[in-house]
Design a protein around this ligand. Structure first.
Ligand code: BDR
Ligand code: CA
Length: 351
């Protein structure tokens, strides 16, 4: 008898973060996904808090024994900026999870990346939904990582589209522009199938979560309605007995309120969720080849991703920038997967 191995083996680097958290729950809920390890980058919140969030989410999802390792606590050259106003003091919005039993790994994130990818050449797909600090450091330690990885998916950047951190810069790139520049430089001249799939704001902002998605998810999980309304008092908390639904609802409510404060409406952009779905290959998307560079020295435009889609620089492409995706497909899939996970994690009913 042969047993099928995992369909996709992922090595994650994240700055969890509300949308990172939803992405991680989706991955835990997806059959055929193996999480090789999760490394933590400072970004939305500090790296130690990112690690605590990842461990707590793994426990919520019922996943035991996935290594969670700390990486650099600061960007390569610029001071660390975090964004608690976007993701809450602890990074999970209004959700508060029990402290996990599992502890942070003694290994450094860079060692985790280098050792894991070297041990399984051509088999590991990297998924990075935070600043590129750890991956840039790993590339310094092992410049063959782009060839050794099966593939790489990055959430970051904005191409011919406004930034969400400065008028031209997206958050993940803005936090560590020097790291991002090093990463894109490392991919110059590689074959197309090895180039990173870059999920940037012009397509990730289409993944717009609405209150009815949360309610539909809860009903699909058999956990009753989960009404979240723009008319609710700010900071209202979920009373849902299902811990997965309550966590998702409390985290997303904070994110909805943040986007409303930004005059974007009572919606929440699930950037990292789309990157995770691109990494599992469960949703369709189109890409365009580009030569990408990152501005690191201009006072006004530091952190801007500049994409040459027309070969004007006469440089080989180093990225596959996502050019089209289907938000409805993503939410249908999210609801299907998370409902299943929530059902599994429902408290045993008292009879
Ligand atoms: C990115 O920035 C972070 O706040 C999110 O988690 C996402 O990875 C979007 O710009
Ligand atoms: Ca993130």
């Amino acid at each position: 008898m042969t047993t099928a191995g995992p369909r996709v083996r992922l090595l994650l680097d994240v700055d969890t973060g509300i949308d990172d958290a939803v992405a991680l729950l989706y991955l835990m809920a997806t059959p055929g996904v193996a999480l090789e390890a999760i490394t933590c980058t400072a970004g939305n919140v500090g790296a130690a808090q990112v690690a605590a969030n990842n461990l707590a989410l793994l426990e919520l999802g019922g996943w035991k024994g996935v290594e969670v390792a700390l990486g650099s606590e600061v960007p390569l050259e610029v001071p660390l900026v975090t964004t608690e106003e976007t993701h809450g003091d602890q990074g999970l919005g209004y959700a508060v999870l029990p402290v996990a039993r599992q502890e942070v790994s003694p290994r450094h994130a860079v060692d985790v990346w280098v050792e894991t990818v070297r041990a399984h050449p051509g088999q590991i797909t990297g998924l990075i939904t935070g600043p590129l600090t750890n991956f840039a450091l790993a590339l310094r330690a092992e410049p063959r990582l782009p060839e050794l990885l099966r593939g790489l998916v990055i959430m970051g950047g904005a191409f011919n589209y406004p930034g969400n951190t400065t008028p031209v810069a997206e958050w993940n790139i803005s936090v560590d522009p020097h790291a991002a520049r090093e990463v894109f430089a490392a991919y110059r001249g590689l074959p197309e199938e090895k180039l990173p799939v870059v999920c940037a704001l012009e397509t990730t902002e289409r993944i717009e979560c609405r209150p009815d998605h949360i309610d539909t998810l809860s009903r699909a999980a058999g956990a009753g309605g989960e009404p979240v309304s723009p008319d609710d008092a700010v900071g209202t908390r979920s009373a849902n007995p299902n811990p997965v639904i309550a966590c998702v609802s409390d985290a997303l409510r904070f994110y909805l309120e943040f986007h409303r404060r930004q005059n974007q409406g009572y919606v929440a952009h699930l950037h990292d969720l789309f990157a995770a779905m691109a990494a599992t290959g469960e949703v369709g998307f189109t890409t365009r080849l580009a030569t990408v560079d990152v501005e690191v020295s201009s006072r006004l435009t530091i952190g801007q991703t500049v994409g040459d889609f027309a070969g004007l620089w006469n440089q080989p492409p180093n990225a596959r920038v996502v050019s089209g995706n289907d938000p409805e497909e993503c939410f249908d899939l999210l609801i299907l997967r998370l409902a299943e996970l929530a059902r599994k994690r429902a408290p045993a009913s008292r009879g």
